[in-house]
Ligand binder design. Structure first.
Ligand code: SF4
Length: 399
């Protein structure tokens, strides 16, 4: 609770795309109330006040490249010593010239969305045809320019059965990591786009498998809190301390694994497994909206302050909601009595989106507390698996 690992800044809501699941409900033109250049620099100064190691600045949108001052702001943050990531939209602005300018400005990692392994699926999500081809082109340019990029996929019922194909495309494109968001129904995303609780379980088990491979970093991020429980259970099964029956693999898991094995074309899964595989899990970040409002996360739209009126350090230290969300004894329903609540606590954003109560149980967790009895050392197991950012050890990994 001393400081967030990252500060995500919605630098603008202007964007040329119309993505089905956009949490920012982006539109063609900026909001006149967005933070100005001076206010953006002031936000960077406020992040510095947390002290070293500084939280990572994650610049999002909308499309951050639609801000004419974006390179100036990145240079300012880099000169001050921050790690900076940026997630531009794949529009014509994400071209060679701007990619080179991002590199020159010192961006550490670029994040780019990939919601399908072909144009039909990806462009269907993004609402604009040609976006898939633009994403492939941008990846080629970044690879040539040695600018590290990772790919982000929002898992929905539309693309869940194509995760093996998307993973292998991310590998082929040379991404340094593949990060998976579990859809949270905010902004334009609705509950009808969600997969079921049982399917989440299968996806988490599939992600655990992918994390064993030495291909690239795979992260389960926003909305993936119960992944931690799945990771602990998988490790207990590997150690012979839990029966595999408890994992309750479903049809979707078997489908995804069979598909991956078929696509690996001769490479055996077991052969490319590695104990040195890079893994990570979501970081504890806070979100600053287009007009300076601060929220506990990008998917939890409760205001805890505004950087126009108060300093981020002060807002973070005074926000009772952040403490409540970290306190397992404050949770409700099955998350309160769950033996994994210390390491999981469920998705507070999803609880809020679905029930209006950020302390309610995670409505998309399939686990029945008490099913496997007392769990010892769950936190230690996660640290050994390196799928957590408790403390600061995951800081670089979460870049
Ligand atoms: S019941 Fe809640 S705390 Fe337990 S694993 Fe599910 S989401 Fe996590």
């Amino acid at each position: 609770m001393q400081k967030p690992v990252s500060v995500m800044w919605e630098s603008t809501i202007a964007c040329g795309l119309a993505c089905r699941h956009c949490k920012a409900s982006a539109r063609k033109i900026p909001d006149p109330d967005e933070l100005t250049t001076v206010e953006g620099m002031n936000l960077i100064d406020q992040i510095l006040e947390f002290g070293k190691p500084y939280p990572i600045l994650r610049i999002t949108g909308g499309n951050a490249l639609m801000r004419s001052d974006i390179f100036e702001l990145i240079e300012y943050a880099k000169d001050e010593g921050l790690n900076v990531t940026i997630a531009p939209s794949t529009t014509p602005l994400f071209n060679r010239e701007n990619i080179m300018r991002l590199k020159e400005a010192g961006v550490d990692v670029v994040a780019m969305s990939i919601d399908g392994h072909n144009a039909e699926l990806h462009d269907g999500f993004r609402g604009v045809s040609g976006t898939f081809d633009a994403m492939i082109k941008a990846a080629e340019i970044m690879r040539e320019a040695a600018l590290p990029f990772r790919l982000l996929t929002t898992v929905t019922k539309f693309n869940v059965r194509f995760l093996p194909e998307i993973f292998l495309l991310a590998k082929k494109l040379g991404a340094v990591g593949w990060y998976l968001y579990m859809l949270i129904p905010t902004g334009r995303a609705t509950i009808e786009h969600e997969i079921s609780a049982a399917e989440f379980e299968d996806v988490f088990n599939f992600i655990y498998d992918l994390m064993q491979l030495r291909i690239m970093t795979v992260n389960a991020i926003a909305g993936s809190e119960p992944f931690r429980r799945v990771a602990v259970m998988r490790r207990l099964v590997e150690e012979g301390k839990l029966s595999e029956k408890e994992l309750k693999f479903g049809e979707l898991y078997r489908f995804l694994r069979n598909r991956l094995d078929a696509l690996l074309s001769g490479e055996s899964f077991e052969k490319i497994k590695s104990s040195r595989a890079k893994r990570g899990n979501f970081d504890k970040g806070i979100f600053v909206s287009k007009n300076g409002m601060v929220h506990p996360s990008s998917f939890l739209p409760i205001e805890i302050g505004n950087v126009r009126r108060d300093s981020l350090v002060h807002i973070y230290a005074g926000a009772e909601i952040l403490r409540e969300m970290q306190d397992a004894s404050k949770l409700k329903g099955k998350c309160r009595i769950c033996e994994f609540s210390d390491v999981c606590r469920g998705s507070r954003s999803r609880a809020y989106a679905v029930t209006g109560d950020y302390l309610a149980e995670d409505p998309y967790c399939a686990y029945v507390p008490g099913s496997i009895g007392e769990i010892k050392d769950a936190r230690k197991i996660l640290e050994e698996l390196r799928v957590t950012n408790f403390g600061r050890r995951g800081h670089r990994n979460s870049l």
